[in-house]
Design a protein around this ligand. Structure first.
Ligand SMILES: CC(C)(COP(=O)(O)OP(=O)(O)OC[C@H]1O[C@@H](n2cnc3c(N)ncnc32)[C@H](O)[C@@H]1OP(=O)(O)O)[C@@H](O)C(=O)NCCC(=O)NCCS
Length: 178
C-alpha cells in the first residue's frame, strides 16, 4: 500500500478536489466521533480551505492520482492561541491532518506526520504544537507524541475535551529516523 503513496504540495488546480476531499473526510470524522453539528462540518471545511488559500505549508498524499491525505503547518488556531500563554503562542501548529475514510489505518497518517516532522527539522524549527478535539484521534496523537500538555475538559460539550501538545522537533525526528 505505502509504496503507491506520493506526497507533494497542492496547487491551484487541486482546489476543487481538495475541498471535496475535506468535505467527505470531515463529514465521516464527525459521524464517527458522534459529533452532531452539520454546520460545524462546513465551518471545518472552510477552515481547512483557508489554510490552503492563505498559502500555509501543506502536504498532500495521493494514491493513483487521487488525494487521500493532508497535513499542514502554520499559524495557531484560536482554540490553541486563546488557551496558552507566553512564548508558546508563537509556535507553529501542525494541523489539518486528515486521511480519507477509505484509506485510514494503512500508514498514510504516519507517513504524512513523518514527512512534516522532517520538513520542520530541515527548516530548523525547534518546537511546534498540535491540538485535537476529536475523541478518536486523541489516542492516536498520544501514541505519537505522548500525553497532552493541556487538556480542556468538556471544551466542546460534556465529555468532549480539547487537547494541546507541545513537542520538540529534534526528539521526534530522532525517534522517527532512528
Ligand atoms: C487520525 C488519522 C489522521 C490517522 O491516520 P491513519 O492513516 O488512519 O493512521 P495510520 O495508519 O498512520 O495509523 C498508525 C497507527 O495508529 C493507529 N491508529 C489509527 N487510527 C487510530 C485511532 N483513531 N486511534 C488510535 N490509534 C489509531 C493504527 O493502529 C496504527 O498503529 P501502528 O502503527 O502501531 O500499527 C486518520 O485516521 C484520520 O484522518 N482520522 C479522521 C480525522 C482526524 O481525526 N484527524 C486528526 C485531527 S487532530
Amino acid at each position: 500500500m505505502m509504496e503507491r503513496v506520493e506526497t507533494g504540495r497542492p496547487g491551484k488546480k487541486d482546489r476543487a478536489e481538495l475541498e471535496a476531499f475535506f468535505r467527505t473526510t470531515i463529514t465521516d470524522t464527525f459521524r464517527r466521533n458522534g459529533i452532531q453539528d452539520p454546520s460545524g462540518i462546513e465551518d471545518e471545511v472552510e477552515h481547512q480551505m483557508e489554510t490552503f488559500d492563505s498559502g500555509e505549508e501543506m502536504i498532500i498524499a495521493r494514491i493513483d492520482g487521487r488525494i487521500v491525505g493532508t497535513i499542514a503547518c502554520g499559524r495557531q488556531n484560536r482554540s490553541v492561541r486563546d488557551n496558552i500563554s507566553g512564548e508558546l503562542k508563537g509556535l507553529p501548529e501542525v494541523k489539518g491532518v486528515y486521511v480519507h475514510p477509505d484509506y485510514q489505518s494503512r500508514g498514510i497518517g504516519s507517513h504524512l506526520w513523518k514527512t512534516m516532522i522532517s520538513e520542520l527539522h530541515e527548516r530548523g524549527i525547534a518546537r511546534a504544537c498540535l491540538d485535537s478535539g476529536y475523541r478518536l484521534s486523541q489516542q492516536y496523537w498520544t501514541g505519537k507524541i505522548g500525553e497532552p500538555d493541556v487538556v480542556m475538559k468538556d471544551y466542546w460539550g460534556k465529555g468532549e475535551d480539547q487537547m494541546i501538545w507541545f513537542f520538540p522537533i529534534e526528539d521526534l525526528y530522532t525517534g522517527l529516523h532512528g
